[in-house]
Design a protein around this ligand. Structure first.
Ligand SMILES: Nc1ncnc2c1ncn2[C@@H]1O[C@H](COP(=O)(O)OP(=O)(O)OP(=O)(O)O)[C@@H](O)[C@H]1O
Ligand SMILES: [Mg+2]
Length: 249
């Protein structure tokens, strides 16, 4: 579904991403870990067209997406959350999700996770689909609360709900567990498992090693370089990973 080859991004003299190659197959959940400043969010911004690569290829469903605008990339089925999770603070939870349905351009409708039909501007249908997403994420009880009043865990889930409302085939999650309490982490992990069970394809960035239990593969970034890739069991034995991610000793 997604194939990234020899991708690099320079910011002036800083090489934030350096020769990264990653593939994500349909239905897979792939993780990216790495210390602060490793280039994880930059990688997402390259995939979503918010940044343009200095070199390398990014293919989605077999076609290059380099040079496409963010809305066009959302339109062909790449949804994302943001590390800083921008929400419409004054809008209710339900309104936040409803609004996101309309972020997807009309022109390129494809078979999607929630299968919203072409009469997508029908408000009743949008509301029903938004409710379905809220139920899936366990947010239906707070659907009429303003987004700003939610605890951090619910706000993060709302970010995922909004990304799902753009009807992605591939979902990019930037630190879905960042800043969450222990119980919030548990419930978010259940949501990730559920999305996975339903066949959603997910690429996620995390600091919290707990997600490594549910992903198929992990790529480790360090100073923009891909220093290791493999299953969690393989990475646990990799000295370069232990050094970069856990620190010497
Ligand atoms: N727009 C930008 N302009 C200049 N430098 C940038 C820009 N975006 C990121 N950087 C730099 O690129 C490097 C990688 O940043 P990035 O945000 O991708 O790291 P990250 O792995 O997501 O870190 P964190 O775990 O803290 O979220 C950092 O040194 C950062 O300062
Ligand atoms: Mg980041």
């Amino acid at each position: 579904m997604l194939r990234i080859r020899d991708l690099s991004k320079d910011f002036g003299g800083l090489r934030a991403i350096s020769g990264v190659s990653i593939a994500v197959g349909e239905g897979e959940m792939v993780g990216i870990i790495g210390p602060n400043g490793a280039g994880k969010s930059t990688l997402f911004n390259l995939i979503t067209g918010n940044l343009r690569p200095t070199a390398g290829r990014i293919e989605f469903m077999g076609s290059s997406i380099v040079g496409k605008k963010p809305h066009a990339i959302a339109g062909i089925g790449i949804g994302r959350t943001f590390q800083l999770n921008p929400l419409f603070a004054e809008f209710t939870v339900l309104e936040n999700v409803q609004a996101s349905f309309f972020l997807k351009p009309k022109s390129s409708l494809i078979a999607t996770f929630f299968g919203l039909p072409s009469y997508r501007r029908n408000e009743a249908i949008v509301t029903r689909k938004a409710q379905e997403i809220l139920e899936l994420l366990g947010l239906d009880d707070v659907k009429d609360e303003p987004a700003k009043s939610l605890p951090q865990g619910h706000q993060k889930l709302l970010g995922i709900a909004r990304a799902l409302a753009t009807q992605p085939r591939l979902l990019l999650l930037d630190e879905p567990l960042g800043g969450l309490s222990r119980t919030e982490i548990d419930s978010t992990m259940q949501v990730l498992q559920e999305l996975r069970t339903r066949g959603m394809t997910i690429l996620l960035v995390e600091h919290n090693m707990i997600v490594m239990d549910i992903v198929d593969r992990i790529h480790v970034l360090d100073f923009g370089c891909q220093i290791a890739s493999g299953t969690m069991a393989e990475l646990r034995r990799n000295p370069a990973v232990i050094e970069a991610y856990f620190g010497a000793g």
